[in-house]
Design a protein around this ligand. Structure first.
Ligand code: 5GP
Length: 212
């Protein structure tokens, strides 16, 4: 699928505790070109999570119905729950020229790669495993077994970093946000996205050289 004059589709994945949520929030507040996709999930809302904002919270039946009617761009199971990206919103925003961000885990990221060759896959990671552990512990919201689970999960996800286009090391939030914004900007200059421009200027140059 090609998206020449449309917005870019950006997949942002990362270890739990990598700070990807904060990066996205900050990016959205700095630049208006981005649209954040709200996922559908079967997991229960956490304290303070509103339906339609954090997620669309649905039953397993409703989720499976959505899969079978083709309403999801990708979906995955993660820790006993389903998560998926509603297709309509993403297509609408890309069509409007907005850059759409999917904050999703790696299985979903790889499905997007299969369907959209021009999608930009970015993986966010802390500078080291020790730092990830420190951040997860420092949150104070997780007990020791939950921290251990998240670290184990991160170890499983780590090999998939190779399938991503960019690895964003989150050492400094401010820098990270700007780096992500620059990555998106640079992607737009790729010749793959400039096919119609290349064809047009080639034709114009041929016509001009015949006239001269
Ligand atoms: P949480 O339950 O902590 O909100 O999310 C768990 C994981 O699911 C996170 O890595 C998050 O990025 C991922 N996730 C959220 N929405 C989607 C989605 O629509 N598709 C996929 N594949 N993963 C998602």
């Amino acid at each position: 699928m090609t998206m020449n004059n449309k917005g870019s589709l950006i997949v942002l994945s990362g270890f739990s505790g990598s700070g990807k949520g904060t990066i996205v929030k900050e990016l959205m507040s700095r630049y208006s070109q981005y649209a954040l996709s709200v996922s559908m999930t079967t997991r229960a809302p956490r304290e303070g999570e509103k339906d339609g904002e954090a997620y669309f919270f649905v039953s397993k039946e409703r989720f499976e119905e959505e899969i079978s009617r083709g309403g999801l761009l990708e979906h995955a199971r993660y820790v006993d729950n389903y998560y998926g990206t509603p297709r309509a919103y993403v297509e609408e925003k890309l069509g409007e020229g907005r850059d759409v961000i999917l904050e999703i885990e790696v299985q979903g990221g790889l499905q997007i790669r299969e369907k959209f060759e021009e999608a930009v896959l970015v993986f966010v990671t802390p500078p080291s495993a020790k730092e990830l552990h420190r951040r997860l512990t420092g949150r104070g919201t997780e007990d020791a077994s939950s921290v251990a689970n998240r670290i184990r999960r991160a170890a499983e996800e780590a090999p998939f970093m190779r399938d991503y286009d960019y690895i964003l090391i989150n050492d400094d939030l401010d820098l990270c946000v700007e780096e992500l914004h620059r990555i998106v900007g640079a992607e737009k200059q790729k010749s793959l996205r400039r096919a119609s421009f290349i064809a047009d200027i080639g034709r114009e140059l041929a016509d001009l050289s015949a006239e001269l």
